[in-house]
Design a protein around this ligand. Sequence first.
Ligand SMILES: [Zn+2]
Length: 708
Amino acid sequence: MTRLKFHLEATASGSRARAGRFTTLHNEVLTPTFMPVGTHAAVRAQRREDVLESGAQVLLANTYHLMLRPGTAMFDQFGGIHRFMNWPRSVLTDSGGYQIFSLPGSRSISEEGAQFKSYVDHTRVRLSPESSIAAQRSIGSDIMMVLDQCVPSTVARDVAQAAMELTHRWALRSLAARGESPQALFGIVQGASYPDLRAASARAITDMPFDGYAIGGLAVGEGPEEREDCTAIVTELLPVDRPRYLMGVGTTRDLLEAVHRGVDMFDCILPTALAKQGVAFTSMGRRDLRRAAYRGMEGPIDPDCDCGTCTTYSIAYLFHLQRASEPVGWQLLGLHNIHFYMRLMARMREHILADTWQSFYRSQRDVLDARDSYGRAPTHVTKAQRLARKLKLGRYEVVVRDGIGRIRDTRSGEVMHSVSDPLEEARALYVEQSRLVERLGSGPRLGSGERPFVVWDVGLGAAANAMAAIGAVEAAERAGAEGRAEAAGRARVEGRAEVTEPATPVGRRLLLVSFENDLDSLKLALKHPAWFKHLRHAAPRRLLADGYWLSPSGAMEWRLLRGDFRATQTAAAPPDLIFFDPFSYRTDSDLWTLGAFRELAKICSTHAVELLTYSYSTSVRAALLAAGFFVARGRGTGPKAETTIALSPLAAAGAHGRELLGAEFLAKWQRSDAQAPLGVEPGDESWRAAVQGHPQFSQLVNLGKNVN
Ligand SMILES: [Zn+2]
């Protein structure tokens, strides 16, 4: 017997749309239903009285945010979230998986769980299936979710499959951790946009005795058709006697389509998030109060709505509040939007029970979420269109999400640093992981005539990696200067002679060489400093104008080498460190071939060099091994569980502290159907022996244990 006692009341003719009910620890829930999102134990800009009034039966709260603030001890003190926020109905808590993988910042993931940096106090926090359940038990939700690894729905198949399999193992651990708790627990189906993975995941998760089943990892990059197809594939495989929950979806039209495909439960931030921007969902489609056409318009924003906003205020007044950025304008529109969502779900339920679903569905498909066209002159060039022109240069365009700009290659569609904050990723993956600042500090002192520490930045792009490196060195210089000032102050107070501190903690000069064959990406990003904050610095403009930049302290030089990397690499000073960050082989195919890595290995053969790259594909690693590099596992970033570090033989022979790939990689590679490195001629098998016989895998030279 499950904890929710789900009862299926009706399934619509000619559709999978269904009406049901289940009972939680606090109330009976009628489905289909929408759950307003109360991230921080509050629906944004809404009083809980108004949320109750809207008819919401379940509130969604975010474990990730609540465990960081106020912390689970607060829920232990209050006996749970219900008493803490005085919410008498059900609460569903997500597991934190989605937030860990979607929010910017460094995090790593292993079999055990995820580790990330708290945005509240910057401490390192671990989240495992067990600790997520423990937090959700403290919060005291009616429905808990298992910890899953959420990846964008558009990732490569091997990434999607690995995340799915980890999610399955974590699901079992979550069930065990729930134990005898009366709280219900839902499993989550993953598998990105790959229909066979979705089906495999649905089968694996429904083999486990959960109280309900969720579809995760959608609404994160795929188109609506893909989303609807994936939803249909999964709902067909889910048991009829448990509730089904499509996570994070969506617009009113998305809800209609998903109910049609057999989903019972939804959550989404759109009703309140769009309210903040002045957008209302109405029975006539969306209305966008930022549009001047609404100035002075009388009557409610939705004549078919009986919510407090629509029965009290005119469009003209709401328009005015929006223009004046009055918070109450946001609140009033949010209140209407939540009412509209709840009423839409109630109407869907009525039509399913009355078996009039088909005609309702057809009548609503093109009305719900239709874009606002009130008062629009059809041939006018809109602001958005004018802006779109400014956002393109050559083959590149700017895409903006959450106020952060990224560069997209319009030929391949590939976006640089598509998932994480580009600067965060550059810091975590290239600057911190390479220990660049420490390595500069341990070299000979500035001015001693030694050769500088040379970093190659392959694929300048919008200069995120280069500026992350420059920013880290500048921060170290500032910290050193503050340390010296403090020491001098102490010396004066104590009447001692001033201590002579080292000139700077950054002892060795840095020579940063960026390689780029198309500077349009940097030029385009420089036009939009609001979205590319790391470019608010003198260096990038000087680099474009002069081809180089010298830091005021003389500790850094940045040079630009234009042209194709394979042609210009021999012209540069040999590197100590390589940030290998071009577009992927889909766009920059030439740089990922065995031939390209062999040329690079030759340049790196005479001294200790580390190469860091975001790719961790088996064929790229095989190419690096075949070219003569030693290959180690790099830290994870965004949805990537790991990245790759290649070491020249001399780097591998030293105390490098890297985790070299071992026999398990060789076994995985042998099973892989993409064994050959890119760019290998058919019939050429010379690389195979080089991978299999690589000294990294032999017992004699077991460098894999060579960890600090
Ligand atoms: Zn209303």
